[in-house]
Design a protein around this ligand. Sequence first.
Ligand code: 5FX
Length: 487
Amino acid sequence: MAEHASRRCCLGWDFSTQQVKVVAVDADLNVFYEESVRFDRDLPEFGTRGGVHIHKDGLTVTSPVLMWVQALDIVLEKMKASGFDFSQVLAVSGAGQQHGSVFWKAGASQVLTSLSPDLPLGQQLQACFSITDCPVWMDSSTTAQCRRLEAAAGGAQALSRLTGSRAYERFTGNQIAKIYQQNPEAYSNTERISLVSSFAASLFLGSYSPVDYSDGSGMNLLQIHDKVWSQVCLGACAPRLEEKLGPPVPSCAAVGAISSYYVWRYGFHPGCQVVAFTGDNPASLAGMRLEEGDIAVSLGTSDTLFVWLREPVPALEGHVFCNPVDPQHFLALLCFKNGSLTREKVRDESASCSWGEFSRALRSTQMGNGGNLGFYFDVMEITPEATGRHRFNAEGHEVSAFPRDVEVRALVEGQFMAKRLHAEGLGYRVGLVAGTNMPFSEVVKLAPNPRLAATPAPGAAQVYEALLPKYAKLEQRILSQVQGPPE
Ligand code: 5FX
């Protein structure tokens, strides 16, 4: 029998854009088993690229709901074939891509609660969805719905104060409004709307699992302070929406025991608990074990920044979500579109296409870059909404180029000052004292320590504290060139 066969554990699922993945974690928080299904490779009959269908308008992006269901079937069958002992699983929970939505057809609840253990889920749930291609987070086709929602809420800033974000095209409320307007029959034939996270939890529960506060904050519908649906926002999106969403719950809530389907088909223990699933970004905050005052940066195609906040200041950029670990606190998320690709471009132009050269250039220049500051927005940036490359010398005069080494440092310092500046705009303060009495942090103490990739150089705080106001002023200057002076 395989080594992983009989270990008490919890299963963590990830329903992401490109794959469904599971990890089994033992009592010491060691991950001892992993399995996954990649949509494009393992379910080619759905014809997705990167797990999605990009429609002809270039704005609409969807994923087939049955692809997600079948992926779960395949992962479970693979686990069974490997001898995985499901009877040792104490609880299942997980994460889903944020904002995506699933529309359950009238009558689906009945099917979910009476699943036959003899058949895979995909076969039984075939007719359970009123929308078979679900809107996902990459969709940007709902600008009209966004403007309508902001108007109904008293403006973008008012909506942000209420729900944590101004209206965003991918946010679920706007997606629901579009479906209601363009396909009213499908909407009225929908008995329940889930997020990808609560949809996945529902599959395990064998009944509708509630939306959790954290992922619910990515809908432009939830009042992030009161944790209730906003009547104004619901009303602006679609009729009878509250009953289709059901009441939201804390992200750590146990929502019930696993469906008997899994007990009979796979041998799960009937007492195995399903804990609410949440969004992938909130789950990352929990997984990285962030605490109040911590900040985490993910450097990818886009750079993403996560911050644990106690008193957020929702703004016109970035998002404030309810915190998945402590519902009294918040999580701020900022997305910077000019991430890795821009760094690679500057590396190629100024460091002979070599990361070694790039690092040498950084070492050969001083912190603060002699007062030279740069903005590198090769594509239209999200935070802030500006484009182009802008370089300023120590006297604040715009210059057309920097020496190569200065260019490299200006890029890195500029990208990180932007992160600090905009995180502060959402209420983050550098130097906060970590909170006490956090049960979650106690629980995860057992897990191996995350590896710090870097620590600040001595003197960094003084240099950048002094430079940041200058950076902020120059950013304003660039923005006023793009947008015109503030009204
Ligand atoms: C966050 O707001 C996003 O839209 C993305 O990070 C998705 O969650 C990716 F799954």
